[in-house]
Design a binder for this molecule. Structure first.
Ligand code: DSN
Length: 427
């Protein structure tokens, strides 16, 4: 019997093989997708626990099912820890994803058809911030702000003017592909000036905010949504913190508004992750995430790669592949070339991108996952070198094999889950 995932191995060899292959893939490649991370084994214990069996519609002490005494405790702990982590007034830990957290927040803050002003997806925003085919864009009338063509940073002057013209019910801030510090104080001031509620989706930067290495939106915003699996390094899911006057509406928007039974195994895993994030080591980790991002950005720029807005303040950066010094390939070609060399990224539209979303002119890269497995700033310089070589010769399979071997050697020095070693390797 396999010592890794033994029950799946015994019962379902096909799925077991896939699980082991994915474990091996994560171990053997350099993960630079900015929204991914590697959660702790303790978090995975909870996700794989008997709590998955429990229905618990409602909230602690007020459920629609019996037998909730233990899951009530788990949810209360998760809420208390989240409130402490962000010095928030209130919390809801039930959203099953970031998008569901966003839909619930909008449902609480605005009537269907209301005007919402949010960041443009093509400039780094998010699908659930008003894409016409997303529930958000179907339900509300969205208007979008973006970055300035001059410095590729949010143009707060233009945003203020637009907010005064649009008079939105909600000003929504937050991004999934923006490498600069967000000025939440200024955004809150704009929202106040136009009589809008202020909502922030801090999914990408939640871990940085928790550790104090990015300014917090929590004192300034009515409602703040997040995912728990990105920089926050917990299980896949969502969460919301808010001012106390919004909690009744938020709770009712999450359940019964958006969801039925919460995933109590994930809620317990969130509690574990929030507990981890309250430890001093988490602050050090986030500091290293940012230092590694700066080292990677410098390494790429020194080798002639152009970064959108000229660099990064957070955990991610956007590479413009059309920059004056090349490499003049699409994001899709870059993603494939890097993958063949053992480095995983995602193609991503960059501001004013003439390409389609499945091609793009850019890639998005981030350092949360590699920092979790212990990569240092020196390692990031090696990664920049490998990336640069792969990007400038994207069809060279011999180069890809050489780089892949070098990446593998570094990965083997820094295993993610040394406790989960399949007794027989797969490849
Ligand atoms: N899809 C996520 C990301 O990669 O940023 C956001 O939800």
């Amino acid at each position: 019997m396999s010592s890794v995932y033994p029950y799946a191995g015994h019962q379902d060899p096909q799925i077991h093989r896939i699980m082991l292959a994915e474990l091996q893939r994560q171990e053997d490649q350099i993960e630079l997708i900015a929204s991914e991370n590697q959660t702790s084994l303790a978090v995975m214990d909870a996700v794989g626990s008997v709590l998955t069996n429990k229905y618990a519609e409602g909230y602690p002490g007020r459920r629609y099912y019996g037998g909730c005494e233990h899951v009530d405790e788990a949810e209360s702990l998760a809420k208390d820890r989240l409130v402490e982590l962000f010095a928030a007034e209130r919390a809801n830990v039930q959203p099953s994803s970031g998008s569901q957290a966003n839909h619930a927040a909008l449902l609480a803050l605005a009537e269907p058809g209301a005007r919402i002003l949010a960041m443009d997806l093509n400039h780094g925003g998010h699908l659930s911030h008003g894409h016409p085919k997303n529930l958000s864009g179907i339900t509300y009338e969205f208007f979008h702000y973006g970055v300035s063509p001059k410095d590729e940073r949010i143009d707060y002057v233009a945003l203020r003017k637009q907010a005064n013209e649009v008079k939105p019910t909600v000003l929504l801030a937050g991004a999934s592909a923006y490498s600069r510090t967000l000025d939440f104080e200024l955004l809150a001031d704009i929202a106040k000036e136009v009589g809008a509620s202020f909502m922030v989706d801090m999914a990408h930067i939640a871990g940085l905010v928790a550790a104090g290495v990015h300014p917090s939106p929590v004192p300034h915003a009515d409602v703040v949504t997040m995912t728990t699996h990105k920089t926050l390094r917990g299980p896949r899911g969502g969460a919301i913190v808010c001012k106390k006057e919004w909690i009744k509406k938020i709770n009712s928007a999450v359940f019964p508004g958006m969801q039925g039974g919460p995933l109590m195994h994930v809620v317990a895993a969130k509690a574990i992750a929030f507990g981890e994030a309250l430890q001093p080591a988490f602050r050090d980790y986030q500091q290293r995430v940012v230092e590694n991002a700066q080292a990677l950005a410098n390494g790429l720029q020194q080798r002639g790669c152009r970064l959108v807005s000229g660099g990064t303040d957070n955990h991610l950066m956007m590479v413009d592949l059309r920059g004056p010094e090349g490499p003049a390939i699409t994001g899709a070609v870059a993603e494939d070339a890097l993958h063949a060399g053992g480095i995983t990224v995602n193609k991503n539209l960059i501001p004013f991108d003439p390409e389609k979303p499945m091609l793009t002119s850019g890639i998005r890269i981030g350092t949360p996952a590699v920092t979790t497995r212990g990569f240092t700033t020196d390692d990031m310089d090696s990664v920049a070198d490998w990336m640069n070589r792969l990007l400038r010769d994207p069809q060279n399979s011999e180069l890809q094999q050489r780089v892949r071997a070098e990446c593998l050697a570094l990965c083997q020095q820094k295993p993610i889950y040394p406790q989960l070693r399949p007794e027989s390797t797969l490849c």
